[in-house]
Ligand binder design. Structure first.
Ligand code: SF4
Ligand code: SF4
Length: 104
């Protein structure tokens, strides 16, 4: 397999008003993507698109990288990997994310 060189300094992302320079990149997720860590969750974050201002803080702070921008002011959580830590809800400046009990 041919290795590809990545210019990490040029990797920047902007979501809302937040510009992030990538510090490290996993070129391959290996087996990590097969481990659906969302099964551990007891609380589920629900995003209210009507309240969202598109700042990107939930996307920036999620330690699992499982918040995805689907459109302007539309952020979705991938529940296969969300652990329910609540950081996104805590960081949201307009309280658009509510943590609710998971139903089994
Ligand atoms: S609850 Fe935690 S793991 Fe789930 S989306 Fe929010 S920050 Fe990410
Ligand atoms: S932190 Fe809140 S307002 Fe900002 S993008 Fe996420 S849900 Fe929207």
């Amino acid at each position: 397999m041919k290795k590809q060189r990545i210019d990490y300094g040029s990797l920047k992302s902007k979501i809302g008003n937040v510009e992030v320079t990538t510090g490290a990149v996993l070129e391959s997720t290996g087996s990590t993507s097969k481990t659906k860590t969302g099964a551990w969750r007891s609380l589920r974050p629900l995003v209210d698109d009507k309240k969202c201002i598109g700042c990107g803080r939930c996307w920036t702070y999620c330690p699992e990288g499982c918040v995805h921008k689907k459109a302007e002011k539309v952020f979705q959580v991938d529940y296969d990997y969300c652990k329910g830590c609540g950081i996104c809800a805590n960081e949201c400046p307009v309280k658009a994310i509510t943590m609710v009990m998971e139903e089994k």
